[in-house]
Structure formats: structure tokens, C-alpha cells
Design a protein around this ligand. Structure first.
Ligand code: NAP
Length: 470
């Protein structure tokens, strides 16, 4: 038997998920000293995960890593198998039989719940659904967001909350030349929202958003940011936190908030209110949402360990729509161990573990490995770490030749799965760019899987030109 990792017996690697962590894992494998053939599986016909369907449409620079992913996909050792759901169309066991190694890079696909009364009321949504909707993700295409009320509330103070507030507060003119989905632009054009409240349970010193994103709320065409000076008063522990050298980014956010608080009275059509030390206690309403009861909090604990405790003082805020933006949540993959409490796949340095034992040949990277934290680039180091573990395990793995995707094509065809390859995706990509041109948008995304499959089956005029970003 030939040595594994050579031209005669290349390492066959399957990567499940085509977001940043999947592509960075592919990059690390392809740049290694081993000969590796990478097959990347993706449940949608389109690649790039949250870079396509999570990054805000008005932040095109954040989509630039797509250029790197396109280069990786251009390697002759790389294949893309879109429109294949691992755990449904194919089991992980079936994958393992065809590959020496399988890397799960399937991100955190669901959202967290608040666990308070009234959460079921119509008008309350996960921010992740709204984000998927305005970004044209097929899963959220048919969601309905009623923006006919005066006020919207966003719970949480991370960058997703900022994205949601900004999209609600921007004018249509500020959005129409982005790659925002047309169906969302139409609803936003009719929006009657005037007041947007972003609510944090702790103080400004613990907010999770970054100062660059926060600052943008002060640069909108027809919206004023509103911060009450009293909300910026800090307890001694929070002052200690901001004085710490590690907290420079938080200090910058605090200074931006001070700038907002010092602004003259708002004059624009919309206002984005940023409030602290309040937790939602209940969503109120009859058939649909009418308001939210907010519990005032105080902080307890040492610096960097402060937790919000209710003071007993409750205030009500009326609103017709509410977005909980309190973090993404990983979903279990059938046949793979899952840590329900942390919503991650349990692992040791990227090696999937079941109890105390390592599952041979099975690896994990990205949000489903470490939880939903960090920026796009954070996934590169994470995937390099996983691939380092994988490469060091190779001598111990069975070196028998594996078929890779060739061994799966008959199975997938028998199950009626139309596999979307990279050249198919390039046709979809080119067709989207073409659709966007008339409206001056970088692209108009297809928002239904069948539309993507039809575009892949067509030969578009410009299929040969380089796919654009955006
Ligand atoms: P996040 O940064 O973890 O923020 C979650 C927010 O929800 C925090 O303010 C948290 O407050 C709050 N929260 C959690 N549980 C809560 C509860 N039960 N009640 C009230 N508030 C609660 O999550 P995210 O905004 O979803 O972002 C995920 C990751 O993507 C982050 O790393 C983010 O930076 C990144 N991202 C980056 C960009 C960008 O670079 N432009 C854009 C979008 C997302 P506590 O601190 O008190 O827990």
C-alpha cells in the first residue's frame, strides 16, 4: 500500500460547510506538505456561508475574503459539492467511508432564545432570521417582518444587533446600491419605524459591538443616535475594566457613546436609542407584540466578571417588532457527538471526542468548534490549528485508498440530489451579477434554491468572466 499523502495515495479530505472556517481549512490542507484532495460539501447551491448571508449588504469590504476563497476553489485539488446536506442527503458514516478525514465546518445555524413570557408572540423574531432575510438566504425568503409600527426593539449589543439597527435606520437610498435582497428593500421602503431601541443588559463597558460599527450609527443620512448621559455612568468595577490596557477597544466604544450623548437634540426622521442595564422580562401583547417589559439591572461582581442583577424596577417600552440578537447557536449534526449546553461539537484541539475518546478521522473547526465568536479572520487561525492536529494524526490513520466524491456520485444520484459543482456556482454567480446590473447593484441574489439550480443549468452570456464579490 502506498504511503498516505503522496501522489499515488493522496489524503482524501471532506469538508462540511463552505463558510470561512471551511475555506481556511481547505487552504491549510492544500498548502501542507502532504498531497491532499479536498471535497467541500455545502447544503446550499451557493458557497461562502455567513460571508454571503450574514455580512451586512452595506459592508462590502467585509466580503473581500471571498476573493481568497475563489482562489482556493480554483485549485485542481479542490472540488465543490453544493446542494448536498450532510446528515440528510448523506450520513457522516457514508462520508467517512469515502474519505480519510472529515472536517465539520458547519457554523452555528440557529439562534438563542430569551426564555421569557410572550416570546411566541407574532412580531418577535430572531435577529438571525432578519439578517438571513435581507441577505437573500433561501431559508428566510418567506419570513414576514411587519415594519408598520413606530418602534422596533433590538435586544443585545453585539455587532449583529448593530447591523440590524443600521438596516432599520438607513434610508432606502443608502441601501439600494448594495446587494441587499430586493424583497427586503421593498419592505424597508415602506417601513414606518421611527424609533429603534438597542437594549443591553449590562453597562457600556461590557458592550460587545466594535467601535467602528458603533460609530457608523452616528453617520446615517436620516437617523440620530440617542444616548442618555445617565446611561453612561459606570460603577467602580466597570471603570476598572475600561482602565485596563486590554480594554482599548471598549474604551473607544465608550468614547463614541459619549460623543453620541453630547449631541444636540435629534432632528432627523429616525432615532436609534442605545440603552444599557436593562433586560427584557416579558414580551407583551394580545395576539401580537405590543411592547416589552424591561427590568432595570445593576451589576455585581469583580471587574470582567460582572453579571446583571435585577433591581426590581420595571419599565415598559411599546414596540411592534422585536429582534433578539443574543448570539447564534450551533446545531447538532446527526451521527456526531454534540455538547447541548455549549452548542458545539466536543473536541480536543479540533479532534472530535465522544466522552474521553477521540473519534478517528473526524475533525471540527469554526463556530461549531469554539462557539459563535470572533471576526471572519479569527477562523483562519482556528482552522490552521485543526489542520495541524489532523496532519499530525495522519501516520496513525488507515492508509487504504479512498474514493472521495467519486464513490458518492451514484448514491447521490439515486437519492435524486442534483450536485452543484464549482463551475455551476460560477454560472449562478455570473447570473446574479447580471441581474444586479440594471439596478446598479453588485448583484441580485437568487433567493430560492430552484432558481439557483435553473441558473446553474443555463449557460449565461457572461459565465466565463471572473465572478464578482458582493
Ligand atoms: P455577541 O457579540 O456575542 O453579542 C451578543 C449580545 O447579546 C451581547 O450584548 C450579550 O450580552 C447579549 N445577550 C446574550 N444573552 C442575553 C440575554 N439572555 N439577555 C439579554 N442580552 C443577552 O453576538 P453577535 O452580535 O451575534 O455576534 C456574533 C459574532 O459575529 C461576534 O463575534 C461578532 O463580533 C461577529 N460579527 C461581526 C460583525 C462585523 O465585524 N461587522 C458583524 C456581525 C457579527 P452579555 O455580554 O451580557 O452576554
Amino acid at each position: 500500500m502506498s504511503k498516505l499523502g503522496t501522489a499515488r495515495n493522496p489524503v482524501r479530505a471532506a469538508i462540511v460547510g463552505s463558510g470561512p472556517s471551511g475555506f481556511y481549512a481547505a487552504e491549510a490542507l492544500l498548502e501542507s506538505e502532504q498531497v491532499v484532495l479536498v471535497d467541500m460539501f455545502e447544503r446550499l447551491p451557493s458557497p461562502f456561508g455567513l460571508v454571503r448571508s450574514g455580512v451586512a449588504p452595506d459592508h462590502p469590504k467585509l466580503k473581500e475574503p471571498i476573493r481568497v476563497y475563489q482562489q482556493i476553489a480554483g485549485s485542481p485539488q479542490f472540488r465543490f459539492l453544493g446542494n448536498v446536506t450532510v446528515g440528510c442527503d448523506l450520513t457522516v458514516e457514508e462520508l467517512k467511508a469515502c474519505y480519510h478525514v472529515v472536517i465539520l465546518a458547519c457554523g452555528a445555524e440557529t439562534d438563542r432564545k430569551l426564555g421569557i413570557p410572550g416570546e411566541h408572540l407574532a412580531g418577535g423574531h430572531a435577529a438571525t432570521e432578519f439578517v438571513g432575510w435581507y441577505n437573500g438566504h433561501p431559508d428566510y425568503r418567506d419570513r414576514v417582518f411587519d415594519l408598520s409600527h413606530d418602534s422596533a426593539v433590538v435586544i443585545g449589543q453585539g455587532n449583529v444587533a448593530i447591523d440590524v439597527c443600521r438596516i432599520l435606520c438607513k434610508t432606502v437610498d443608502e441601501l439600494r446600491r448594495t446587494d441587499i435582497a430586493e424583497h427586503a428593500l421593498e419592505v424597508l421602503a415602506r417601513s414606518r419605524i421611527r424609533e429603534v431601541y438597542m437594549i443591553g443588559r449590562r453597562s457600556p463597558a461590557q458592550s460587545k459591538f466594535t467601535h467602528q460599527e458603533l460609530r457608523e450609527l452616528g453617520e446615517l443620512a436620516d437617523c440620530d443616535p440617542v444616548v442618555a448621559p445617565g446611561d453612561l455612568e459606570l460603577n467602580p468595577a466597570s471603570r476598572d475594566e475600561l482602565a485596563d490596557r486590554q480594554s482599548r477597544a471598549s474604551l473607544k466604544s465608550y468614547e463614541v457613546l459619549q460623543g453620541f450623548a453630547a449631541r444636540p437634540a435629534p432632528t432627523r426622521r429616525r432615532r436609534c436609542h442605545i440603552r444599557f442595564l436593562r433586560s427584557p422580562a416579558a414580551l407583551k401583547g394580545g395576539k401580537r407584540l405590543e411592547g416589552v417589559a424591561l427590568m432595570r439591572n445593576r451589576l455585581e461582581g469583580d471587574p470582567f466578571r460582572q453579571v446583571a442583577r435585577p433591581t426590581g424596577e420595571v419599565e415598559e417600552l411599546s414596540c411592534g417588532v422585536l429582534f433578539r440578537s443574543i448570539g447564534y447557536r450551533g446545531a447538532a449534526v446527526p451521527g456526531v457527538p454534540f455538547d447541548e449546553e455549549r452548542s458545539v461539537i466536543p473536541n480536543r484541539d479540533g479532534r472530535v471526542v465522544e466522552g474521553e475518546s477521540v473519534v478517528p478521522g473526524l475533525y471540527v473547526t469554526g463556530w461549531i468548534k469554539r462557539g459563535p465568536t470572533g471576526i471572519i479572520g479569527t477562523n483562519r487561525a482556528d482552522s490552521v490549528a485543526t489542520v495541524t492536529s489532523l496532519l499530525s494524526d495522519l501516520p496513525g490513520l488507515s492508509a487504504g485508498a479512498r474514493s472521495g466524491a467519486d464513490g458518492l456520485s451514484a448514491l447521490l444520484a439515486a437519492r435524486g440530489i442534483r450536485v452543484v459543482g464549482w463551475s455551476d456556482w460560477q454560472k449562478i454567480d455570473a447570473a446574479e451579477v447580471l441581474r444586479g446590473e440594471a439596478a446598479g447593484k453588485p448583484r441580485e441574489k437568487f433567493t430560492r434554491v430552484n432558481e439557483m439550480l435553473e441558473a446553474a443549468a443555463r449557460d449565461t452570456r457572461r459565465a466565463e468572466r471572473a465572478p464578482a464579490i458582493g
